[in-house]
Design a protein around this ligand. Sequence first.
Ligand SMILES: [Zn+2]
Length: 173
Amino acid sequence: MRQRAVRDQQRLDSGAVSSPKDLENLQREITSLAKRQGDLEDVVLEIMERRESAQERVAELTERVGAVQAKVDDATARRDAATQELDAEAATVAKDREVVAGAVPADLLKLYDKLRAQQGGVGAARLYQRRCEGCRLELNITEVNDVKAASPETVLRCENCHRILVRTSESGL
Ligand SMILES: [Zn+2]
């Protein structure tokens, strides 16, 4: 279009067009082309501006994705480290349990495991100030007397939750 305008202008300048009507038409075409060119330039400018703002948005979003990814990576690394730590702790606890279980008579261990399965993972409870720490119920006077009369080797059970009762110096007897 720009070339056409230049060509029209050259024709006009050369004096080759002599008819007033042709001259007028040519002049009108040049004006019209100039206006269209101006409009198109505005459109191009607007597109360039929009492209620029789109590129800015892409850069901004890319940065945010990067930041979120860094957070994900960090959380994943911490999770993996925690998992490793827990695995190591579980292995240590399992080894400790094995040692302790090895020192417990087989029938008592069997009873404990059975109770543990029945009582939500806790098969034995401390007797603390006449109270079973498994079910939190206080022993009545008869039970207290029974416990007092029992030899240290006797395996005591809570009348209420049936867990093995472990006597200590703080049992309140
Ligand atoms: Zn109990």
